[in-house]
Design a protein around this ligand. Structure first.
Ligand code: 4NP
Length: 150
């Protein structure tokens, strides 16, 4: 059975859609299923932010058909690993847990890498360069995470 991984940020339009696309790209044929969600419902049904679509496309990854959705208690029960982008996401995802076992499924994506960054900072009010930095950081972290779990 595939190992199920869920990428989580706030809006599910900037960081976690990129993380989903990058993880899918890097894990092809390795027995994983990946999706993404946001802790809030502001953007439910929306495509990823244009800047995330663009930086992914520049790196050969198509995330344009992904749609935002909100993280649910069912996700916490159903997924094996819930990888969050920042400390706020961690708190909000943990708040949906009903057991210590569920809380143990949740970790910061950055905790997988020796990159030095302690979280993937929200680029929503940033510029193109911020989105490029998010891409590079998330790519490094997904590679490290997969190295530890395959
Ligand atoms: P994300 O970025 O959590 O990486 O998808 C954000 C998207 C939307 C908002 C904030 C962050 N917002 O305030 O609408």
């Amino acid at each position: 059975m595939a190992t199920r991984v869920l990428m989580v940020c706030l809006g599910n339009i900037c960081r976690s859609p990129l993380a989903e696309g990058i993880f899918r790209h890097l894990s092809i044929g390795k027995g994983f299923e990946v999706d993404s969600a946001g802790t809030v419902n502001y953007h439910t049904g929306a495509a990823p932010d244009r800047r995330s679509i663009e930086v992914a496309a520049k790196n050969g990854i198509d995330i344009s058909t992904q749609k935002a959705r909100q993280l649910t208690t069912h996700d916490i029960a159903d997924y094996d690993h819930i990888l969050v982008m920042d400390e706020d996401n961690l708190k909000n995802a943990q708040a949906l847990c009903i057991s210590a076992e569920q809380r143990e499924k949740i970790s910061l994506l950055t905790s997988a890498s020796g990159h030095g960054a302690t979280q993937v900072t929200d680029p929503y009010y940033g510029n193109k360069k911020d989105f490029e930095n998010v891409f590079e950081l998330v790519h490094d972290c997904c590679k490290s995470w997969l190295a530890k779990h395959t």
